[in-house]
Design a binder for this molecule. Structure first.
Ligand SMILES: Cc1cc2nc3c(=O)[nH]c(=O)nc-3n(C[C@H](O)[C@H](O)[C@H](O)COP(=O)(O)OP(=O)(O)OC[C@H]3O[C@@H](n4cnc5c(N)ncnc54)[C@H](O)[C@@H]3O)c2cc1C
Length: 399
């Protein structure tokens, strides 16, 4: 097995608006009770909120922050199953501020990615959050990749990505002296950031504006109330009942679900469509030895193959100065399992029965086999990396 940092993602992610239906929170946790990170300035009536957001990753926290800043009169609560916020996908990704090249022109994703990149830089400047605008090269190493690279460049221009250039070998060397390539897209405004830090800052803004964050609250059930809570003055004002795995409940009028790798299940609980289903893939990253970090200046990506939902193995500088190489995408046996042998019977049953995995496997069979081969044999991944930086050897990878 290759030495690797292992992170988890999925081939699809959902964030769903919910349906009509409070949140109770005590300022300090009683023994065995969930921990309320902060009770906002304005108290909601005990255990009821106008809006509850399920999921304390970057999507849930950004939604909570935006909602409370636009509608300060609403009482809003975020429910998170872990004791800390932003520890799943948000705390386990490449940390790249993408510029919006890849998405189909005019699509919502393209518009949001271009706008989002500008907004995140603005937000980081406002809050003093460190980032590096280290740029990115998407590099064609084979002649046959050049038409796809040129098409991608056109797409980036159509999406309004600023200052894109199509550059030749000599200019590739000026940007990345150790990188070999025939042609590349130079995207100078791509950056890197610690998304967990950004998400925690969103949580702080949200709480300072009066929002509540309740951690260690794993939502297990969502239903419409049949009667008002005992001794409640609110009657049926908060008709949605959200229960956690310990039998505790909060009530609300509206639910927004942003549950990341569990988004299909929470969507189903909320009465919405569970499709598309989550199929978990683990991203395996390798680490470049510190003494070889000089080989990589900014982000270096391959030309993506539009048939597959992954960007391909890339070179990613991190905010702590390290360089990640990867990820390989390998089917995982647990949605939030970060080690190769993490296993959940429920997740496996869901993958087999509900997820459409068989179709995915048939459609991407050779790609899947290749990814598994690379995950098992370090030499295969290094051979792939050498297409871009020939100087990299197996001994340069941290084990
Ligand atoms: C390997 C990898 C690399 C990536 N690289 C990049 C990148 O470079 N740049 C980029 O922009 N994006 C990247 N992404 C995508 C990005 O990380 C995700 O889009 C983003 O973090 C999703 O945030 P989220 O809030 O939806 O999910 P998450 O961060 O997973 O948050 C969901 C939250 O919901 C909670 N939750 C789930 N079920 C329940 C429940 N029943 N009750 C209460 N809470 C619950 C979870 O505990 C979790 O905290 C990458 C993703 C992966 C996997």
């Amino acid at each position: 097995m290759v030495p690797a940092l292992r992170y988890l993602g999925s081939v699809c992610g959902l964030a769903r608006g919910g349906f009509p239906g409070g949140f109770s929170a005590a300022c300090t946790p009683a023994p065995g009770k969930p921990w309320l990170l902060c009770q906002g300035g304005r108290r909601a009536s005990t255990s009821s909120f106008d809006v509850v957001i399920i999921g304390g990753g970057i999507v849930g926290l950004a939604s909570a922050r935006a909602l409370i800043l636009r509608h300060p009169a609403l009482s809003i609560g975020v429910l998170e199953k872990e004791k800390d916020l932003a520890i799943h996908q948000t705390g386990h990704n490449s940390g790249v501020i993408h510029s919006g090249i890849y998405y189909k022109p005019e699509s919502l994703k393209a518009k949001l990615c271009v706008q989002g990149a500008a907004l995140i830089y603005e937000y980081c400047n406002q809050k003093g959050i460190s980032y590096k605008q280290c740029g990115k090269l998407i590099v064609a190493v084979e002649q046959e990749e050049i038409p796809r690279l040129k098409a991608l460049y056109e797409r980036g221009l159509q999406n309004g990505v600023q200052d894109l250039r199509l550059i030749q070998q000599e200019d590739i060397k000026k940007k990345e002296p150790y990188c070999r390539g025939l042609m590349a897209i130079d995207c100078p405004h791509t950056g890197i950031v610690d998304y967990q830090q950004v998400a925690l800052s969103f949580a702080q803004d949200f709480q300072e504006a009066g929002g509540s964050v309740l951690t260690s609250f794993e939502v297990e059930d969502i239903e419409m109330a049949k009667e008002s809570p005992s001794r409640s003055k609110d009657g049926m004002k908060y008709p949605i009942v959200i229960r956690n795995t310990k039998g505790e409940e909060v009530r609300c009028q509206y639910v927004v679900t942003c549950a990341g790798l569990h988004s299909d299940r929470i969507s189903e609980l909320s009465g919405c469509n569970p499709n598309p289903r989550i199929v978990p893939f683990r991203g395996d990253y390798l680490l470049l030895k510190p003494e070889k970090r000089y080989l990589v200046k900014g982000n270096i990506y391959p030309v993506p193959d539009s048939r597959f939902p992954f960007l391909g193995v890339h070179f990613t500088p991190r905010m702590d100065g390290s360089i990640w190489l990867g990820p390989n995408a390998v089917l995982a046996f647990k949605r939030e399992g970060y080690r190769p042998f993490d296993f959940s019977a429920r997740d496996i049953m869901d993958i087999i029965i509900k997820s459409g995995l068989i179709k995915l496997v048939f459609q991407n069979f050779s790609y899947g086999v290749n990814e598994m081969y690379k995950a098992c044999f370090l030499s295969a991944t290094v051979k792939h990396l050498q297409k871009f930086i020939p100087e990299i050897t197996i001994s340069d990878i941290l084990s």
